[in-house]
Design a protein around this ligand. Structure first.
Ligand SMILES: Cc1cc2nc3c(=O)[nH]c(=O)nc-3n(C[C@H](O)[C@H](O)[C@H](O)COP(=O)(O)OP(=O)(O)OC[C@H]3O[C@@H](n4cnc5c(N)ncnc54)[C@H](O)[C@@H]3O)c2cc1C
Length: 352
């Protein structure tokens, strides 16, 4: 039998360092729990890193900010109470041992022990769905993109976006003021806010529905896409558009194995999500879920929703560990560890 020392066992281990994981870490510190975050990537921030330049408007009490700034703010808050952070670590299994501790195993062979676990893996480890065209991979990292890292790269260019969801139309909107020409092609009908389409049409974005990319035509040296053939799926008619950059936003493939193959009997919704309660409990005692991975009737798949799930998950973890604890945290300014910092913030404000 492996001996586990008390020091190796955390009160709360959070799997995933996105918005839900980071706010869980903050809240867990606020509730004075010994906390660890485990993140697959070498950086924190989760899916928000996919849209560093997109402006995020819908987080309470926050002015519109680009995704990258949102990440920086979330990381700063998430690390307030100095949780243990383990990066580059893919969690492959979560089990419970005879002593009732969770045993969290990573692909590296590392094993983490914890009294409770908060699963905050969002959409899992994300792989963008590739364009199903034979020569598409020839142009990756050249002028075929699966995300936008820097809007400036598209300045005065002719850009085609393939995809019809909120993300694709968001990019079209952002680029309409930067690129020379913007085209957006969607296989069926757009599935985004109606106001997005009105905006795009009023800003000279050419919108194609029932249309897919049928061919990527390379330039003479074969290293860049020069033209794209768009095919109307109803009429079969093809048209060639000269293009500088192509952005594909067809969603992401999900790796379902962490939960589907779990040794624990975690109740799953729709083959992927953790079927939980509105207070972030799962079917396993001591295991909680927060953020996009959690499903319940009132679930909000947004950053704001992830924050609420995180606070609920931590409050439930606290009660699991200390049944006599208060059900929710006191207001944050009452936390002893923040006293000194409150005074400094007030002093700075008075000085201004
Ligand atoms: C293009 C786009 C635009 C969006 N715009 C907005 C917006 O404007 N406003 C808004 O509120 N929301 C927006 N969203 C949604 C928002 O990003 C998500 O709701 C939010 O990121 C969910 O946070 P999360 O922490 O649950 O999951 P994620 O952000 O997905 O984070 C999960 C983290 O877990 C890690 N992880 C996964 N599996 C493992 C594993 N096995 N081991 C270790 N780590 C693992 C991942 O690497 C990731 O870092 C947008 C989403 C997209 C895709």
């Amino acid at each position: 039998m492996i001996h586990i020392s008390e020091a190796d066992v955390y009160d709360v281990t959070i799997v995933g360092g996105g918005p839900a994981g980071l706010f869980s870490a903050f809240y867990s510190g606020l509730r004075e729990l010994k906390t660890k975050i485990i993140e697959y990537h070498p950086f924190l921030g989760g899916k928000v890193n996919v849209y560093p330049e997109k402006i995020v408007w819908d987080i309470g009490a926050m002015p519109p900010l680009p995704g990258q700034q949102v990440v920086e703010n979330m990381v700063q808050q998430g690390l307030t109470f100095d949780p243990e952070v383990v990066l580059n670590e893919e969690v492959v299994s979560i089990d419970k041992n005879e002593a009732g501790f969770f045993v969290v195993k990573a692909s590296s062979g590392n094993v983490h022990y914890s009294k409770t676990v908060i699963v905050a893996v969002g959409g899992g480890i994300l792989n963008p769905k590739r364009l199903p065209i034979a020569n598409a991979s020839d142009f990756e990292n050249k002028n075929l993109h699966y995300t936008i890292k820097n809007l400036k790269d598209f300045k005065n260019k002719r850009v085609l976006i393939s995809g019809g969801g909120n993300s694709a139309t968001d990019w079209a909107k952002e680029l309409s003021g930067i690129a020379k020409e913007v085209y957006i092609a969607c296989r069926s009908d757009f599935s985004c806010h109606e106001s997005q389409i009105t905006y795009l049409q009023n800003h000279s974005v050419v919108c194609f529905t029932q249309t897919e990319i049928a061919e990527l035509v390379a330039n003479a040296s074969g290293d860049r896409i020069e033209k794209v053939a768009l095919k109307n799926r109803e009429s079969g008619v093809k048209q060639y558009i000269p293009i500088d950059e192509v952005i594909v936003n067809h969603g992401y493939e999900r790796d379902k194995s962490l939960l589907e193959d779990s040794p624990l009997d975690i109740q799953i919704f729709d083959h992927y999500f953790i079927a939980g309660s509105s207070s972030s409990e799962s079917s396993i005692s001591g295991l909680f879920a927060a953020g996009d991975i959690l499903h319940h009737d009132g679930k909000l798949h947004l950053i704001a929703g992830a924050f609420q799930d995180a606070a609920n998950a931590v409050n439930q973890a606290k009660l699991y560990l200390e049944p006599e604890a208060t059900k929710t945290a006191m207001v944050s300014s009452h936390n002893e560890k923040l006293y000194g910092r409150n005074e400094k913030i007030v002093a700075d404000l008075l000085r201004e």
